[in-house]
Write a protein that binds this ligand. Structure first.
Ligand code: FMN
Length: 333
């Protein structure tokens, strides 16, 4: 079982933190679909300290989402620790996670995110100071290294452990790989063998069987799923079920997909209001429709959604057409 500090997850399936995606609307969907732990999108330490309204709203946690991990990023000890203290005292998150993997230049230029991967001493110092300052367990999410010549995953994970970190999640890519190439699970295995704190494996888990393989072959304590869950929270449910019973569930029917897509939108509207939510939903709607036949013909409509009504009318009309086509095919047999 996956246990971080005193917090016990009901299973080993973890929703990855994803900026622009993992707000309470999607996290609640992931919870509905059985994820043992959900991670929030990263929030800047400085924005928290400057009381930036948008960033503070990103710290909101619905009771139903728990256990939940809130992720912060930063490059300087003082601001990181102060932001962690704020999250510790003013949010009901269960875990404080530090981002050590974001590859984007805007972040690494400020010595934050993946930049830390080059310096295990800095990791020790930053994590130790954070752990010292807060009551909630502190974890780190890292990539395996900066580039192929600087893969310090084992040293870095050991630094997290020595500093009192409660777990480490490892994405099997370097910073320069961004999202290209394949995640190298063998390095995740080296990390797992080198530390005693829980290790969560991440990178390219796209099927329940791959989740099983990561747990069995790499020996990790939890498996973190990111892109495969976009528009497809069923992937989380199927994985939870497969890990428990060995049975693979059928994929959802188109109408079920659209129903969940609309629930997602309604939760986003509650959170951000219709104007912002509908625009944000365009990318999610495209993800929910992925793999559904003839979805190309409504792509333009998705990109111009303005209201909830637009979304509902377009998606349900599309599903009705799909269902009619299936009915015609059946009656033709
Ligand atoms: C849209 C998007 C946003 C992301 N945002 C974050 C983030 O805020 N914090 C973080 O640690 N990782 C972030 N990641 C990385 C993911 O958590 C994960 O490590 C990566 O996608 C690899 O896992 P996967 O192959 O299961 O997608 C993001 C990834 C994506 C695709």
């Amino acid at each position: 079982m996956l246990k971080i500090g005193d917090i016990e997850m009901k299973n080993q399936v973890v929703l990855a933190p994803m900026a622009g995606v993992c707000n309470p609307a999607f996290r609640l969907i992931a919870k509905d679909f059985g994820a043992g732990l959900v991670c929030a999108e990263m929030v800047s330490d400085k924005a928290i300290l400057n009381k930036n309204e948008r960033s503070l709203s990103m710290l909101y946690v619905d009771e139903r989402e728990k256990p939940l991990s809130l992720q912060i990023f930063g490059g300087e000890k003082e601001t990181l620790v102060e932001a962690a203290k704020f999250v510790d005292k003013h949010t009901n998150a269960d875990i404080i996670d530090i981002n050590m993997g974001c590859p984007v230049p805007k972040i690494t230029k400020c010595d934050a995110g993946a930049k830390w991967l080059l310096d295990p001493n800095k990791i020790y110092e930053m994590v130790a100071a954070t752990v010292e300052a807060v009551d909630k367990p502190v974890t780190v999410k890292m990539r395996i290294g900066w580039d192929a010549d600087h893969i310090f995953a084992v040293e870095n994970a050991r630094a997290v452990e020595r500093a009192g970190g409660s777990a480490v999640a490892v994405h099997g890519r370097t910073r320069v790989q961004m999202y290209e190439g394949k995640a190298d699970w063998s390095i995740i295995k080296e990390v797992k063998q080198a530390v005693n704190i829980p290790v969560i494996g991440n990178g390219d888990v796209t099927t329940p069987q791959e989740a099983r393989r990561m747990l069995d072959e790499i020996g990790v304590d939890g498996v973190m799923i990111g892109r495969a869950a976009l528009g497809n929270p069923w992937m989380l449910y199927q994985t939870v079920q497969y890990l428990e019973t060995g049975k693979l569930l059928e994929p959802p029917a188109p109408r079920e997909k659209i129903d969940v897509c609309m629930t997602h939108l309604d939760r986003l509207i509650d959170l951000k209001g219709e104007h912002v939510a509908v625009r944000e939903m365009r990318k999610h709607a495209a993800w929910y429709l992925k793999g559904m036949s003839g979805n190309g013909r409504i792509r333009d409509k998705i990109n111009s959604f303005e209201t909830r009504e637009d979304v509902a009318t377009t998606l349900y009309t599309y599903v009705e057409e799909l269902e009619e086509n299936v009915a015609k095919e059946v009656s033709a047999v």
